[in-house]
Structures are given as structure tokens and as C-alpha cells.
Design a protein around this ligand. Structure first.
Ligand code: NAD
Length: 488
């Protein structure tokens, strides 16, 4: 009952609390988007399990916080080693559970999980120092103290990668962690807990409570014993969590949705522009950073559109375990229905579906065809709200200023991609773009030392490098006077 075999991998479907497996009276099904089969029944946590996990994390906190960054780093590197030697199992499990490409998991996503652990472990050891500075003869010493228990709540589009992007720095800071994985793809969190335990992470330092957001998630964020809430997910959920956090004044780090622009100026290298535009369909559009609004300058719009449509028609949709597949299914039938709703309303608003706009029924009900929407009326839903499926829109603009206004014209500000042949134009354009991350003539180049997060409704705060530690730790300044030393 508690052990399931999924894609040839054994996974325990109970919670992981205080170094032990814990059951719940109820379970929920996790279903594979590849073919709709039920993969496992997973323990469904609520307040009891959430409170037990926070208590376990609090009990483990003093000893974990008392370790030096070197000692914690040595353990985190051992966890990373164990994850690294199980990349194949983690990849198979994640692909079965969330339908993302197996080859991406093997070559990109799971290696990044390893890096999420190693990078922040090393950062705490080597980089987390501030020079002592002087104020009227007094010395200021800045330190980053562990803050307590970080609750980490994450979505299904890259479950383990997004979770460890937070777990890595939280543990390296000396905090202990309770993670709540997404209910549509919970399995890799459980395997990760086991791998971390085998590698010597002490009991209670990392805990997993599975279940629904409104049950397990809500109970965790309402617990007064926590010190940080890290949430990756949608704007409506963030608002609910912000209310819960307000009751206990818990600091939050929110990485939320986007409606990012891919801006193609008329001096762009068109081959590059087409490549970058097609990339926005990756992971069947289930990428928070995707530049789903193609904004193309008028002089090149016809040629770009023709070349882009030709390339998009060649995208191979299929089983995500197949090496040749470029985009797979969407996560859940409810999510596919949500995407269809956007298309129906776009049509009703007067927009045109240039291609796609429907399920690829040859493959199954979870597979939505790559879609392009054109001629949508300004301000309409499809141009302003996040679809989170393989749906791009295209708009044209005349001047750079007009392009900039379009690019900034939503309530989101997560990312932007700008394609231009001129460095000068790029600098002028990006100076006024409102986004946490901007890529010029590239996409998805990520350095974990760089600040990451969203502007406007796309998030609160930044993580990455020092920004992560500034969030998870209690940053402290100790001022030493020059006088008063009686024991020299
Ligand atoms: P979601 O907000 O529905 O759920 C995210 C997580 O929150 C899940 O684990 C869910 O169980 C939990 N949750 C739901 N209600 C809760 C509550 N009341 N209290 C506590 N937890 C609760 O989002 P989703 O549909 O799973 O994910 C898609 C969204 O995530 C998109 O908007 C996407 O852009 C965003 N996202 C953002 C980033 C980023 O880095 N900015 C990365 C990936 C995804």
C-alpha cells in the first residue's frame, strides 16, 4: 500500500516526517499525463501531519543551525552525490508523474537539482561574508543566522527542480525545511527525502507533507512555528498564502506566474528569432518564464510569421519518453480544459487561431497542439492572462516605444526576451522593460548566483546567490565599540 512501483522505480507514498514514514487516514491518486493511468495512491496530509512536520523541523533546528557552513555543506554534498547517482530513477519518476520530457530530465533538470544543492552549500562556505565596515570608530560585523523552519510549497511543472532551488539555500542557511510537493506530481519529493536520508541528512532537517494546497498547504502556512514561507505557483494562491502569512507576520518569497514578451526588433537575426520563438513551446508551454507574447516589429512581421509557422508545424508532439519528442502532454485533464477555455474565449473575443487550438486526439486527451493566436483585440484575456499551455500570441508594433508599451502592458513582470542586431537598441529597450530577468538574443541562460524573481504580480522578492541567503537567514549586524574592553 505504501510502496508503489512507478516506471520501474520503487517509491514510498507516505509522508516523511522527523526521519520516519507517516501514513494518513486518506490518500489521493496521482495520475500520469502520458496516458491517464493511475500511478499511485499518495498519503493525503492535513493539519495533523503539517503540525507534526513543523514540530519535527523545530526539534531538529538547534542542532542543524549549530553546525558550521562547512559541516552542513559536507552533508549537502553527500545528498547531492546520492541524487546524482539516482538521476535515471528520478527522471523516470518525474516524467511518469508530470509528463515533461525524459531526455530533459536526464540531461538538464535533474543535474540542475544536484547543482541546486552543491551551489548553495558552497556559497554559504565561500561567499557569505561581508567586509567589516567602520562607523565613527565602531566596527559593523554582518552575519547570516539560521532563522528556523522554512515551508516550501511548489508547483508541478518542474517539481523537484523548483523545490530544491529553495531547499538548497534553506538548508545551507541552517534552516530546517518542510516541503509540500504539488498534488499533481508529488512522487519525486518522496524519493528525494529517501535519498537525503540515506546520505546522512539528520532526521527532522527535511520533511515532506503531501496533499492538497487547501489542506496540507494551508495548514503549513498557518502554523505559527515557522519562520519563512517560500511559494512558487499562481497569483490567486499567493494571495491566499499572503493572508495566512500576515496572521503570524511570516516573511514570504513568492515566485509566481508570467505573461512574458518575446520582442523581435526589425534588425534581428531572423533565424535566431525563429529559434527563440519556437523555444517558447517547451514543456508544452508549462514554463513560468515562457515568452508567450510574440511582439514583432512591422517591417519583418510577414517574413517572421511565415518562417515561424513553418517551424512550428514541424514540432514533434508525442510520448515524453521518446527521444525524438519535442513537446509532450499537459499535466492534467482539468488543466487541458482550462487551456481550451482560454481558446474558446479568445475566439469569442474576436481573435483568430492561426494553427493548433485543439487537442491532438491521436495522442490522447492530455495532448494540446502547439497553438498560435493572432488578431486578438488589445487588452483581451488571451493577451493579458497566463494560459500555462502551448499557446502563443502574436502582435505587431511600429516604433520601439510602441513595442515597449506592449511589452510592459500586463500586470506581470517575470521575464522578457529581446531579439535585436543592435547592442545600442537592446540597451535602450531593456532599460525600460519591467521584468525580473531579461534575455537579449538568448533564452533560459540561468546562473544560480544571479537574482531571480518577478516584478509586479509575478512575485515578491528575489532569490539566487546572496539574495537567497538574505531571505532564508536572519541577517544580523553586530556593532563593536572601540572602547569598553576591560579584558585585553
Ligand atoms: P498553484 O498556485 O495552483 O499551486 C502551487 C502549489 O500551491 C501547489 O503545491 C498547491 O498544492 C499549493 N497550494 C494551493 N492552494 C494553497 C493554499 N491555499 N495554501 C497553501 N498552498 C496552496 O499553481 P500551479 O497551477 O500548481 O502552478 C502553476 C503556476 O506556477 C503558474 O502560475 C506558473 O507561472 C507558476 N510558476 C512560477 C514559477 C516562478 O519561478 N516564478 C515557476 C514555476 C511555476
Amino acid at each position: 500500500m505504501s510502496l508503489a512501483e512507478v516506471a520501474g522505480v520503487q517509491v514510498d507514498t507516505r509522508h516523511w516526517i522527523g526521519g520516519q514514514r507517516v501514513s494518513s487516514p486518506e490518500t489521493f491518486a496521482t495520475v500520469s499525463p502520458i496516458d491517464g493511468t493511475e500511478l499511485a495512491q499518495v498519503a493525503r496530509g492535513g493539519k495533523t501531519e503539517a503540525d507534526a512536520a513543523v514540530a519535527a523541523a523545530r526539534a531538529a533546528f538547534p542542532a542543524w543551525a549549530a553546525l558550521s557552513p562547512q559541516e552542513r555543506g559536507a552533508i549537502l554534498h553527500r545528498v547531492a552525490d546520492n541524487v546524482e547517482s539516482h538521476i535515471e530513477e528520478l527522471s523516470q519518476l518525474e516524467t511518469a508523474d508530470n509528463g515533461s520530457l525524459l531526455r530533459s530530465h536526464r540531461r538538464g533538470v535533474m543535474p540542475r537539482v544536484v547543482t541546486n544543492l552543491r551551489f548553495f552549500a558552497d556559497y554559504a562556505i565561500n561567499e557569505l561574508h561581508h567586509p567589516v565596515f567602520e562607523t565613527r570608530g565602531h566596527d559593523n560585523h554582518v552575519s547570516w543566522d539560521p532563522s528556523g523552519v522554512a515551508v516550501i510549497i511548489t508547483p508541478w511543472n518542474a517539481p523537484l527542480m523548483l523545490a530544491t532551488w529553495r531547499i538548497g539555500p534553506a538548508l545551507a542557511s541552517g534552516d530546517t525545511v518542510v516541503a509540500k510537493p504539488p498534488e499533481w506530481a508529488p512522487l519525486t519529493a518522496s524519493l528525494f527525502a529517501q535519498l537525503a536520508h540515506e546520505a546522512g541528512l539528520p532526521a527532522g532537517v527535511f520533511n515532506v507533507v503531501q496533499g492538497f494546497g487547501t489542506e496540507a498547504g494551508a495548514a503549513l502556512t498557518a502554523n505559527p512555528g515557522i519562520s519563512r514561507i517560500c511559494f512558487t505557483g499562481s497569483v490567486p494562491t499567493a494571495k491566499v498564502i499572503a493572508h495566512a502569512a500576515a496572521d503570524n507576520l511570516i516573511p514570504c518569497s513568492f515566485e509566481l506566474g508570467g505573461k512574458s514578451p518575446t520582442v523581435i526588433l526589425d534588425d534581428a537575426d531572423l533565424d535566431l528569432a525563429v529559434d527563440l520563438a519556437v523555444e517558447q513551446y517547451d514543456n508544452a508551454g508549462q514554463v513560468c518564464l515562457a515568452g508567450t507574447r510574440l511582439l514583432v516589429q512591422e517591417g519583418i512581421a510577414d517574413e517572421f510569421t511565415a518562417r515561424f509557422a513553418e517551424r512550428a508545424a514541424q514540432i514533434r508532439q508525442g510520448d515524453p519518453r521518446d527521444e525524438e519528442t519535442q513537446i509532450g502532454p499537459n499535466i492534467h485533464l482539468k488543466h487541458v480544459e482550462r487551456v481550451e477555455g482560454f481558446i474558446d474565449r479568445a475566439r469569442a473575443d474576436g481573435a483568430t487561431v492561426a494553427y493548433g487550438g485543439e487537442r491532438n486526439t491521436d495522442l490522447g486527451p492530455h495532448y494540446f497542439r502547439p497553438t498560435l493566436i493572432v488578431d486578438a483585440p488589445a487588452g483581451s484575456e488571451i493577451l493579458t492572462q497566463e494560459v500555462f499551455g502551448p499557446v502563443l500570441t502574436m502582435q505587431t508594433f511600429a516604433s520601439d516605444d510602441e513595442g515597449l508599451a506592449l511589452a510592459n502592458g500586463t500586470e506581470f513582470g517575470l521575464a522578457a526576451c529581446v531579439v535585436t542586431g543592435s547592442r545600442e537598441r537592446a540597451e535602450a529597450f531593456t532599460k525600460h522593460l519591467v521584468a525580473g530577468t531579461i534575455w537579449v538574443n538568448c533564452f533560459f541562460v540561468r546562473d544560480l548566483a544571479a537574482p531571480f524573481g518577478g516584478s509586479k504580480r509575478s512575485g515578491i522578492g528575489r532569490e539566487g546567490g546572496l539574495w537567497s541567503f538574505d531571505f532564508y537567514a536572519d541577517v544580523k549586524n553586530t556593532v563593536y565599540a572601540p572602547n569598553g574592553w576591560t579584558k585585553e
